[in-house]
Design a protein around this ligand. Structure first.
Ligand code: ADP
Length: 488
C-alpha cells in the first residue's frame, strides 16, 4: 500500500509529546511490513536542521498561502522512510515549539499555518506534486491535520482517509472570521460539517469527514463517546461509532531497551534484574537525592499540566514522606503554577523530593531506568507512553484506571498476583486518597520479604508493547478505509 502519513511532529525531527513518538515509529513499522509509507511534516527550522541531504522537490499550488510553498525531501534518520517537509516562508521557520511561542502562547496564526500545511498535504495526496506519486491512503493525526479529509472529500478520485485522535482536549476551534479569512468552503459551516457551537473545529473536520477515525487505545475510544471526555464532540463520535476504532500505541523497542540503552549507566534485563539498582544510584546523584540503595524511589515524567495529575502527586507528599524509605524524582515542564509547586515541594523535602523543570530526553531514560515505581495519575490518558516505558524498564507503574493506562497496566489484586499476571497498581478515584491507596499498596508490596517485587517488575518487562502488533492493526484499518472510500 502507498501511505501518506501527515503529522505536525515526529521523532527525531521535532517532538512535544506522544504524537511525536507515534509519528516517528509507526511509519518505519509500516515500512517493515512492506508498505510504501511516506511522512509529511511542516518544515520547522528544527526539522530542517535534523535531516541531512534535504532536497527541493518542486513547488505546490496552495490556495491562500501567503508565500511560495516548496516541498523538501529527505529520509527519516536511521530508516529508509522518505520525509517531505512543507516549506512556507514565514510560517514554520520559527524557533522552538511547533504550536506555541517562546512565552508559551499559541502562535497567533496557527489556523493559517495548519490550513496551509493541510492544503499542501492534499496536493501531494492527489498526486499534484512533482513526485509522480499518489498514495492509496492518507493517515492524518490530531487537529493540526483536521482539514485534510474534508478537503479531500470534495474529490471523486481521492485516496482513502484515516484520522487518528491522540488527544480530544486539543480541538483547533476558531472564530467565523478566521473561517472566512482562510477561504474555507461555505458549505462546511453546518452541524454536519465543521461548525461547532458558533465556531469551527479542525478536529471535528477530521472526525466527521474521514473514512475511518481511530484513537490510541480501546478504552479511550469508548470514553470519548461520553460527555465527560467527548468535549462536546461525543454526538459526532457516536454518530460515527461504526467507523471508530481504538488501537494501542506501541513504543520503539530499539530506543527503549534497558539491555542496550546508551543513555543509562547500567544495562539490565528481566534475566538480570538485580543490575537495575545501579541506575537508581545514578538517578539519585543526578537529582541531588540522598544516595540510598534501599530507597523506594518514585519517578514521574510528563508535561506539567492538570491532565497528568501532578497536583495529586504533590497532594500526597505528606503521607509519602511520612514513610521512612521513600523518595520522588520529577521531570517535567509546562504550566508555570505547577512548575512552581513542584519546585516548592522539592525545597520542602531536601534529599527526598527533587524536580528538574526541563524537557530532557536523556534524563527521561535515566528516570525510567533508575526509579522503582512510576507515578502516572493522569485524569485522562488517551494512550500514555511513560507507563509503557516503565513496564519495559521494570519500573512498576501506579496509574489511574483511564484510557490506555487501563488497557496496559494489570492491577496487583490477589487473583492477578496469584496467577502472575499483575504488572502494576491501578486506582479509580482521581483524588489524593485514591492515589494514596494505590501507592500504599505498592509500598506494602515492596516491603514484602522475598522476590515479590522482582516478580511484579519482571512480569511488566515481559509484556510486548512493540509496534509490530499495532502496525498490523493499522494495516487492516487502511484496507477497511479503502473499501469505504471506493464505495463512497
Ligand atoms: P502526552 O502526549 O500527553 O504528552 P504521552 O505519555 O503520550 O503524553 O507522551 C509523552 C512523551 O513525552 C513521552 O515520550 C515522555 O517521555 C515525553 N516527555 C514528556 N515530558 C518530558 C520531559 N520533561 N522530558 C523528557 N521527555 C518528556
Amino acid at each position: 500500500m502507498k501511505i501518506l502519513f501527515a503529522s505536525s511532529e515526529a521523532v527525531p525531527l521535532i517532538k512535544t509529546g506522544g504524537l511525536g513518538d507515534v509519528s516517528g515509529s509507526l511509519p518505519p513499522a509500516l515500512h517493515s511490513l512492506g508498505h510504501d509509507v511516506r511522512l509529511i511534516l511542516p518544515a520547522y527550522s528544527d526539522a530542517v536542521a535534523r535531516i541531512s541531504d534535504l532536497e527541493p522537490l518542486g513547488t505546490l499550488e496552495v490556495a491562500g498561502a501567503p508565500s511560495r510553498i516548496r516541498l523538501l525531501g529527505g529520509l527519516l534518520a536511521d530508516s529508509t522512510v522518505p520525509v517531505y517537509l512543507v516549506e512556507a516562508p514565514g510560517l514554520f521557520d520559527r524557533p522552538g515549539n511547533p504550536y506555541v511561542d517562546l512565552d508559551g502562547r499559541d502562535w497567533w496564526d496557527n489556523p493559517l499555518r495548519f490550513a496551509v500545511f493541510d492544503r499542501a498535504v492534499v496536493e501531494v495526496a492527489l498526486g499534484h506534486s512533482a513526485l509522480g506519486w499518489r498514495p492509496d491512503v492518507v493517515h492524518t493525526n490530531d487537529w493540526q491535520t483536521g482539514l485534510v479529509s474534508p478537503l479531500l472529500a470534495d474529490y471523486a478520485e481521492r485516496p482513502a482517509t484515516l484520522f487518528t485522535i491522540h488527544n480530544m482536549a486539543y480541538q483547533g476551534s476558531f472564530d467565523r472570521a478566521i473561517f472566512d479569512a482562510l477561504g474555507l468552503p461555505a458549505h462546511w459551516w453546518s452541524v454536519q460539517g465543521l461548525e461547532f457551537y458558533g465556531k469551527f473545529s479542525f478536529l471535528k473536520g477530521g472526525i466527521a469527514k474521514s473514512d475511518i477515525v481511530s484513537t490510541v487505545s480501546p478504552t479511550y475510544a469508548r470514553e470519548i463517546r461520553q460527555p465527560h471526555l467527548g468535549y462536546g464532540l461525543q454526538g459526532v463520535l457516536n454518530h460515527r461509532a461504526d467507523r471508530l476504532y481504538g488501537i494501542l500505541n506501541g513504543i520503539d523497542y530499539h530506543l527503549w531497551d534497558p539491555a542496550s540503552d546508551p543513555t543509562i549507566p547500567q544495562h539490565f534485563s528481566a534475566e538480570e534484574f538485580h543490575l537495575k539498582r545501579r541506575n537508581k544510584t545514578r538517578l539519585q546523584q543526578a537529582f541531588g537525592l540522598e544516595e540510598r540503595a534501599d530507597g523506594m524511589l518514585f519517578g514521574h515524567i510528563g508535561r506539567l499540566v492538570e491532565q497528568k495529575g501532578i497536583d495529586l502527586i504533590l497532594a500526597v507528599l505528606p503521607e509519602l514522606m511520612a514513610e521512612p524509605d521513600t523518595q520522588l524524582a520529577i521531570l517535567g515542564a509546562g504550566d508555570k503554577r505547577l512548575e512552581a509547586a513542584a519546585r516548592e515541594a522539592s525545597a520542602r523535602y531536601p534529599g527526598r523530593v527533587a524536580c528538574r523543570i526541563a524537557y530532557d530526553e536523556a534524563l527521561s531514560h535515566l528516570v525510567e531506568a533508575g526509579s522503582v515505581c512510576f507515578l502516572m495519575p493522569s485524569r485522562f490518558e488517551p494512550c500514555g507512553l511513560n507507563q509503557l516505558f516503565s513496564l519495559r524498564y521494570g519500573t512498576v507503574p501506579v496509574v489511574h484506571r483511564t484510557g490506555g493506562l487501563a488497557d496496559t497496566v494489570i492491577d496487583a489484586g490477589p487473583a492477578q498476583v496469584a496467577d502472575h499476571t499483575a504488572t502494576g497498581f491501578v486506582f479509580d478515584e482521581t483524588t489524593p486518597a485514591g492515589l494514596w491507596g494505590a501507592i500504599g499498596r505498592a509500598i506494602e508490596y515492596w516491603r514484602r520479604p522475598g522476590v515479590w517485587w522482582e516478580q511484579l517488575a519482571v512480569n511488566g518487562m515481559r509484556q510486548d508493547y512493540s509496534w509490530a502488533a499495532s502496525a498490523r492493526r493499522y494495516e487492516e484499518l487502511y484496507e477497511v478505509a479503502r473499501g469505504l472510500a471506493a464505495a463512497d
